[in-house]
Design a binder for this molecule. Structure first.
Ligand code: SAH
Length: 218
C-alpha cells in the first residue's frame, strides 16, 4: 500500500482538491486513492517538484504521464469494486496502474515499450504497490490467458474500439477507451450487458496514440 507520510503530502492533497474534486469528480474512493499514491515517484527526479501540477509530464520514449484530472476521469468511469480484476493498456509511468491498484483486487497492465515497462515496475516497487503486474506487449489484443476482466482501461487513443478488449470483458464488465484521430478523441465506455455490449460517449479527450494491431499502425 502506498505511503502517506512524505514531503509531498500537502501538494498531493491540494492536487486532489483543486484538479480533481473542484473539476467535478467527487467519487470518494477515487479521491482517496489519488491522495494515497505518491505521484512524484512516477516521474524522473528532476521533475518531482512539478509532479502534482495540472499537467502531463514527459516520461521518456516520447510518452507522458497523464494529467491528474485525466486519470481521475478514466478511473471514475470504471466504477470499480474492491474485488475487481482490471486490465490496463498503456502502463506508461505506472501511475494510473497504482491508482487502480488502490481500488481493485488486481491489475494487469500491458505496455508496448519495454523500457517504460521496466521503469514502471521500478516506480511501483518504490511506491510499494504489489497488486499490479506489468507485461510487455500489444495491449490492443488484451490478454486472453488472463481474461475475463471486470474492467479494462486504455490510456492511449486509437481509431476504433479494439474488439478483443470487448470480448475479454466479464458479464457486467466496463471498458473505457479513447477513440478517434491521433490529435483528438472521444472517451467511450462499453458495458458488457446481458443483451450485448452497450456503448456510451463520455466526452472529448486527447491522448497519445494507441499503436498496435487494433490501434494505429506501428
Ligand atoms: N497511464 C499512464 C500514461 C500512459 S501514456 C501513466 O499513468 O503514466 C500511454 C502509454 O500507452 C504509453 O506508454 C505508450 O507506449 C502505451 N501504448 C500505446 N499503444 C500501446 C499498445 N498497443 N499496447 C500497450 N501500450 C501501448
Amino acid at each position: 500500500m502506498a505511503g502517506v507520510a512524505d514531503d509531498f503530502g500537502r501538494a498531493r492533497r491540494r492536487m486532489v482538491v483543486e484538479h480533481v474534486l473542484e473539476r467535478g469528480i467527487s467519487d470518494p474512493a477515487v479521491l482517496e486513492a489519488m491522495a494515497r499514491v505518491p505521484r512524484h515517484l512516477f516521474v524522473e527526479e528532476a521533475l518531482e517538484p512539478r509532479a502534482y501540477g495540472d499537467w502531463s509530464l514527459p516520461i521518456g520514449f516520447g510518452q507522458t504521464i497523464s494529467h491528474p484530472f485525466t486519470v481521475a476521469l478514466l478511473v471514475a468511469a470504471l466504477d470499480l469494486r474492491s474485488g475487481d480484476r482490471v486490465l490496463e493498456v498503456g502502463t506508461g509511468s505506472g501511475y494510473q496502474a497504482a491508482v487502480l491498484g488502490q481500488l481493485a483486487a488486481n491489475v494487469l497492465s500491458i505496455e508496448r515499450v519495454s523500457g517504460l515497462a521496466a521503469r514502471a515496475r521500478r516506480n511501483l516497487d518504490r511506491a510499494r504497490i504489489y497488486n499490479v503486474a506489468v507485461r510487455v506487449g500489444d495491449g490492443t489484443l488484451g490478454w486472453r490467458g488472463e481474461a475475463p476482466f471486470d474492467a479494462v482501461i486504455v490510456a492511449a487513443g486509437g481509431p476504433e474500439i479494439p474488439r478483443p478488449l470487448v470480448e475479454q470483458l466479464a458479464p457486467g464488465g466496463r471498458l473505457v477507451v479513447p477513440v478517434g484521430r491521433t490529435d483528438e478523441q472521444v472517451l467511450v465506455r462499453v458495458t458488457a450487458g446481458s443483451t450485448g455490449p452497450v456503448t456510451e460517449v463520455l466526452g472529448d479527450c486527447r491522448f497519445v496514440p494507441l499503436v498496435g494491431r487494433f490501434g494505429f499502425g506501428a
